[in-house]
Design a protein around this ligand. Structure first.
Ligand code: GDP
Ligand code: MG
Length: 145
């Protein structure tokens, strides 16, 4: 019998992506989705919703001690956001690359933040930063998945 090829099939990974309230208010949902779909990421779930303070504090729990935490929670609960689960090979890293650096002024042009934002808090999108964060965040936003 023949041996299997050395290169294995890409393993699908999932990431939680948010189009934050600033992105929804500015009408950037379509452009964000167009970019991630063009990249090859597949939509697994999508829901427009306004977060409660409790869910927002849980989602950003790692930043609880930071001076901007209260402001961040107010911002992220300040209007509807679009929560997405995307899937594809190395989806977490792939979406973070599309999003660009946290500070939009430092984010490379061509990235979502680099093209559409100027302020560190109102930076249009969130993407999970590790498999552990993705699992935790997907369970928080889409417990049925
Ligand atoms: P991300 O993983 O690239 O989203 O960045 P972080 O996990 O470090 O921060 C989470 C979110 O908090 C960022 O996307 C910003 O919306 C916000 N943020 C980060 N740093 C600051 C800051 O210095 N000031 C304020 N007001 N918001 C910040
Ligand atoms: Mg982060």
């Amino acid at each position: 019998s023949r041996t299997l090829p050395a290169v294995s099939a890409p393993t699908a990974e999932r990431s939680l992506v948010l189009v934050k309230p600033d992105g929804v208010a500015r009408g950037l949902v379509g452009q964000v989705i167009a970019r991630l779909e063009a990249k090859g990421l597949r939509l697994v779930a999508a829901e427009l919703r306004t977060l409660t303070t409790e869910v927002a504090e849980e989602h950003y729990g790692e930043h609880r001690e930071r001076p901007f935490f209260g402001s961040l929670v107010e911002f992220i609960t300040g209007g509807p956001l679009l929560a997405l689960v995307v899937e594809g090979p190395r989806a977490i890293e792939a979406f973070r690359a599309l999003a660009g650096a946290t500070d939009p002024v430092k984010a490379a042009p061509g990235t979502i933040r680099g093209d559409f934002a100027l302020e560190v808090q109102a930076n249009i999108v969130h993407g999970s930063d590790s498999p552990e964060s993705a699992a935790r965040e997907i369970a928080l936003f889409f417990p049925a998945l």
